[in-house]
Design a protein. Sequence first.
Length: 212
Amino acid sequence: MPENRFPLPGCCSSLKRRILLASGNVHKLEEFRRLLPEGYSVEPSLPDTFFPPEDRETYFGNACLKANACFPAPDRLILADDSGLEVDSLDGRPGILSSRFAGAGASALMNCQALIREMKTVPPEKRTARFRCVLVLLDGNSGRLIGSAQGVVEGRLTKGILGEGGFGYDPLFIPDGFQVTFGILPSSIKDRISHRAVAVRNLVNLLESLSA
């Protein structure tokens, strides 16, 4: 998938900066509120929003499913993301199945423990991995795709949980250039280098160029 997917002609003539986040994850809501620059507001999806099973074969497809579940959203943009941890020694798994690596309904801790077990015999030099995030943005009035962007952060996996910060696989992932996991690094650093931070910057740059 290309890093940025450009919008349909004419769909950005009246860009709004009110964003509805297509997610029930409170951690993601907090993170997007930190990552988006001043002038953008992020609202949570309605509590009774039904999100269909994430059964597409790509992050982009799953993100589109989430975004469309929140349509319509009058006078707002609908933002959705799908992200995953790609482990080289596991041929890219868990990837799009990251949130349910230990099974449907698995907690973050259960997923981390399942990954630790599967990686138990993998030597340090082969524990390379990356986080990938794909964002999509829809016009809440028309449902048209405005744009999409992705972000990637490279790193390596620890042999056990280190840190209590972040969420998901953060306590297992040490980003390149650092010696501690996202579970230990302060949010000020994570918000600068994470896969989601990179994707947000790419998307905002696209929006700003279109509205200029």
